[in-house]
Design a protein around this ligand. Structure first.
Ligand code: NDP
Length: 394
C-alpha cells in the first residue's frame, strides 16, 4: 500500500489533494502518515480521522489542546509547532504533497527528500528560496521532485520524451489576474478584496493576491529557471486571460508543444499522484468549440514590476531568491493588513534587495540550508523596515 503525507492539508491545494486521495480509495488504498495545517484544527482532525493518519500537526502551538480534543479516541497522534511539522516529514512516506504556503514549506520538503520521497511540489517558494539545494538533496537521496504548479506540470508534460537540448523557448502563461487592464493610477488604490478576486482560479488568499500583482508569475519564472535549469532568456511569460493553455515549449525545429487543461489544480495534482502513469482525474473536459477563442498578449513590466525583479533574481541566483521571496512575503503581509498600497509591494521588494545587495554578495553559491534561512530572516527584517517607511510616506 502506498504511503502518503500532505503538508498544508487544510489549504486549497491540500483540499484538492485530499479529494483525489479520497476518490482513489482513501484509507483503503493509501496509508496516511502525516497531515498538517496551521490553525484549522477542525478540518485537519476531520481529514486525519477519515484517512486514519498516523499524526496530525498544527503549526500554531496554542492550538494543540484543541487538536488533541478533536482527535480524542481516533488513534491519531496530535502535535504542534514548526519543529513538529519538520519531524512529521522525517516519518518516511512514498509520496508527499508539499502545499504549505510560503517559505515555511521549505524545511519539511527538504526533510521529506532526505528520506527519498516523491515530493509533489506545490510550494513554489521552496524552489525560489533554495532551488539548487533542493535539487541536490533530491539527487543525493534518490528522491524525486514533481512540479505541481500548473505551468510547471505543463512544461514537465510537454518535455516528456523530448530532448531538453533541443528546447529553444519555454513559455509560461499568466491569466493577468483581476487587474490585467487596470492603469497604474487605479492599481495604486487597489484593495485587498479586489486583489483576492481571481477571475479563473480558486486559490488561497495569498497566492490570489500574488497573482494580481504578478508576484506569483515572478516566482514561477524563477521556479522554471531553478527546476528545469533553462537559461533566463529561454523563459518567457505570455498573458492568456482564459487560463486554458498553461505552458508551451518551443523546439529548434520551430514546433511548439502546448499543454491545455481546465483551470482546476486537480489536473496537475492528479498527474503527480499517478505519475509515471496517467490515472483517471475527475476534472472538467475542455470543450474547445464552446470556448471558441483563446487570447494571448505580452505582459507589461511597467504596471507589473515583479516580472522585471524576477529577471534580476534569475540572473543573480544564489541567495537572491531567498531574499526576494522573504521580502515579497513581508510586503504581502503589510498590504493584507492595510498598511501599504498595492504598488508599494514591488517597491518594498526592490528596496529590500537593494539594501541587502550593498555589502552582501547575494549571488554567491548557496552552501547550506542554514545560510538560506539566515538570509530569509534578514530579508524579512529589512523588508519590514522598508514597509514601515512606505506606510509613513502614504
Ligand atoms: P492556502 O493558503 O489555501 O493553504 C496553505 C496551507 O498551509 C494551509 O494548510 C495552512 O493551514 C498551511 N499553513 C499556512 N501557514 C503555515 C505555516 N506557517 N506553517 C505551516 N503551515 C502553514 O494556500 P494554497 O493551497 O493556495 O497554496 C499552497 C502552496 O501551493 C503555495 O505555495 C502556493 O503558491 C502553491 N500553489 C497553489 C495553487 C492554488 O491553486 N491554490 C496553484 C499552484 C501553486 P491553515 O489552513 O490551517 O491556515
Amino acid at each position: 500500500m502506498r504511503s502518503i503525507s500532505i503538508f498544508g492539508a487544510t489549504g486549497s491545494i491540500g483540499e484538492s489533494t485530499f479529494d483525489l486521495i479520497r476518490r482513489a480509495g482513501g484509507a483503503e488504498a493509501f496509508r496516511t502518515v502525516a497531515l498538517t495545517g496551521a490553525r484549522n484544527v477542525r478540518r485537519l482532525a476531520e481529514m486525519a480521522r477519515e484517512l486514519r493518519a498516523e499524526v496530525a500537526v498544527v503549526a500554531h502551538e496554542e492550538e494543540l489542546p484543541a487538536l488533541r480534543e478533536a482527535l480524542a479516541g481516533s488513534g491519531v497522534e496530535a502535535a504542534a509547532g514548526a519543529a513538529a511539522i519538520a519531524e512529521a516529514a522525517d516519518r518516511p512516506a512514498d509520496w508527499v504533497m508539499s502545499a504549505i504556503v510560503g517559505a515555511a514549506g521549505l524545511v519539511p520538503g527538504m526533510r521529506a527528500l532526505r528520506h527519498g520521497a516523491t515530493l509533489a511540489l506545490a510550494n513554489k517558494e521552496s524552489l525560489v528560496t533554495a532551488g539548487e539545494l533542493l535539487l541536490t538533496t533530491a539527487r543525493d537521496h534518490g528522491a524525486t521532485i514533481l512540479p505541481v504548479d500548473s505551468e510547471h506540470s505543463a512544461v514537465f508534460q510537454a518535455l516528456t520524451g523530448e530532448d531538453a537540448g533541443a528546447v529553444e523557448r519555454v513559455i509560461i502563461t499568466a491569466s493577468g489576474g483581476p487587474f490585467r487592464d487596470w492603469p497604474l493610477e487605479r492599481l495604486a488604490k487597489a484593495t485587498v478584496a479586489e486583489a483576492k478576486a481571481h477571475p479563473n482560479w480558486s486559490m488561497g488568499s495569498r497566492i490570489s493576491i500574488d497573482s494580481a500583482s504578478m508576484f506569483n508569475k515572478a516566482l514561477e519564472l524563477i521556479e522554471t529557471r531553478e527546476y528545469f535549469g533553462f537559461a533566463p532568456d529561454v523563459i518567457e511569460v505570455l498573458v492568456h486571460p482564459q487560463s486554458i493553455v498553461h505552458a508551451l515549449v518551443g523546439f529548434r525545429d520551430g514546433g511548439i508543444m502546448a499543454h491545455l487543461g481546465p483551470a482546476d489544480m486537480r489536473h496537475a495534482i492528479g498527474f503527480a499522484l499517478h505519475w509515471p502513469e496517467r490515472g483517471h482525474v475527475p476534472v472538467e473536459r475542455l470543450d474547445l468549440a464552446k470556448l471558441g477563442m483563446l487570447q494571448f498578449e505580452a505582459p507589461d513590466d511597467v504596471r507589473f514590476p515583479a516580472l522585471r525583479l524576477a529577471r534580476e533574481v534569475m540572473a543573480q541566483r544564489g541567495l537572491t531568491g531567498a531574499a526576494f521571496n522573504a521580502a515579497k512575503e513581508i510586503a504581502l503581509d503589510h498590504f493584507m493588513e492595510g498598511r501599504i498600497g498595492f504598488l508599494d509591494m514591488a517597491a518594498v521588494v526592490e528596496d529590500t534587495l537593494a539594501v541587502l545587495s550593498s555589502g552582501n554578495s547575494l549571488g554567491k553559491a548557496v552552501s547550506d540550508l542554514e545560510e538560506v534561512l539566515a538570509v530569509d530572516h534578514l530579508a524579512r527584517v529589512r523588508a519590514a523596515e522598508q514597509a514601515v517607511k512606505r506606510a509613513k510616506g502614504r
